[in-house]
Every structure is written in structure tokens, then in C-alpha cells.
Design a protein around this ligand. Structure first.
Ligand SMILES: CC(C)(COP(=O)(O)OP(=O)(O)OC[C@H]1O[C@@H](n2cnc3c(N)ncnc32)[C@H](O)[C@@H]1OP(=O)(O)O)[C@@H](O)C(=O)NCCC(=O)NCCS
Length: 172
């Protein structure tokens, strides 16, 4: 019952944010656990699919990092980094970015860019050389705006669509 009440308050906040502009300077970024990512992964990346589809391989490895961006203490965006190398990229060590998602009502307000920058900063401090991702076709321009480059040919992921491997070399 408690969960339902919280969910209603949250839906109200989202509704309000569509009517009134939200103050996007009022955000916090925190490390979260893999289960916490599901409330954003599910509606944004796995809509209509079972909640189990929000569990990604490697989610609970010690080396995996999950970040959340909170507006007024509500989790509205997530991204995760996995110590995983792409055969298409030579530099090591590498991290793979997965589950990059901002709730629909909060998209296009600069919050995706902000959480990604925080992740990049953290991985840079951990001496990672490269971040790469399998970018959905629709998100390619978001990554380009964040200085990620396409490597290789597009490919298809079953039930999701065309993707591109994109990467960014982190500053030394
Ligand atoms: C892609 C996503 C994470 C971007 O987050 P966001 O908060 O909406 O993006 P921002 O507002 O931070 O945008 C940053 C820049 O990228 C651009 N951008 C964002 N999404 C874009 C898109 N889908 N296509 C083109 N450009 C995009 C913005 O115009 C902005 O450009 P600017 O810096 O010149 O103003 C978010 O829209 C989302 O969750 N989309 C659905 C899920 C998804 O596709 N995830 C990626 C899976 S690979």
C-alpha cells in the first residue's frame, strides 16, 4: 500500500512538471543499487515488458556502478557502467555504459547530459580510458552531442532495434 501511495505522489509530480517548468538546477546525483534503477529502466527502456527484463547481466558485480539523478528527491534518471571491453575498441581499461534513461517528463532538460558527465568524471578518476555503449538509433545524436563517436557498422538487437557502438576516450 505504501508503495502505491508513493507512486501516486510521484505521478502527481510528473504531471505537475508538465504544467509548471521544473527547476533543473535542483538535482542531486547519487550512487544507487541495481534494483533502484528499475523504476526508471522499466518505463523508459523496457515499457510493456516484464520487470525481470530490467535486470542486466553484471548488474550486481562489485565493479559495476549505478548512478541516479534525483529531482526533489525523486529518482528521475539512471545510468550504469560495467567493466566490460568491446572488441571494436583498443584502449583499456574500458567501461560499458548501459541503461541510460531519463523519465519522459524530464527528458530534454539537460539532465541526461549532467548524469553522464558525472559518470565520466567518476570513471576518469578510476583511470578508465574509454566509455562505450550500444546506442539506440534514436539516441545517437544525444551521444554525439556528448562527444561520443560511432565505430563500425550498425547492428540490430532483437526486439529493440538498430544500434551503433559509440565510444569516448576520457582525458588523461
Ligand atoms: C537519450 C536520453 C538519455 C537523453 O537524456 P535527456 O535528458 O533527454 O537529454 P539532454 O536534455 O541532457 O540532452 C543533451 C543534448 O543532447 C540532445 N539530445 C538529447 N536527446 C536527444 C535525442 N534523442 N536526439 C537528438 N538529440 C538529443 C539535446 O538536444 C541536448 O543538446 P544540447 O546540449 O545542444 O542542448 C533520454 O532522452 C532518454 O532517456 N531517452 C529514451 C531512452 C534512450 O533512448 N536511452 C538511450 C539508450 S542507448
Amino acid at each position: 500500500m505504501k508503495v502505491i501511495i508513493l507512486q501516486n505522489i510521484f505521478n502527481f509530480e510528473i504531471l505537475k512538471s508538465k504544467i509548471e517548468p521544473i527547476d533543473t538546477s535542483d538535482y542531486k546525483i547519487k550512487l544507487i543499487n541495481s534494483n533502484e534503477t528499475h523504476s526508471v529502466r522499466h518505463p523508459v527502456l523496457r515499457a510493456g515488458k516484464p520487470i525481470e527484463s530490467c535486470v542486466f547481466e553484471g548488474d550486481d558485480l562489485e565493479t559495476t556502478i549505478h548512478m541516479g539523478i534525483f529531482v526533489k528527491d525523486h529518482l528521475i534518471g539512471v545510468c550504469s557502467f560495467y567493466q566490460n571491453s568491446s572488441p571494436k575498441i583498443l584502449e583499456i581499461p574500458q567501461y560499458q555504459l548501459r541503461g541510460m534513461a531519463i523519465l519522459k517528463a524530464f527528458q530534454g532538460k539537460g539532465l541526461g547530459k549532467i548524469i553522464l558527465r558525472h559518470g565520466e568524471k567518476l570513471l576518469n578518476e578510476k583511470k578508465s580510458k574509454v566509455i562505450w555503449c550500444n546506442a539506440r538509433e534514436l539516441a545517437v545524436n544525444f551521444y554525439k552531442k556528448n562527444n561520443y563517436k560511432i565505430v563500425g557498422e550498425p547492428f540490430s538487437i532483437k526486439n529493440i532495434g538498430v544500434h551503433y557502438v559509440m565510444y569516448k576516450v576520457l582525458p588523461k
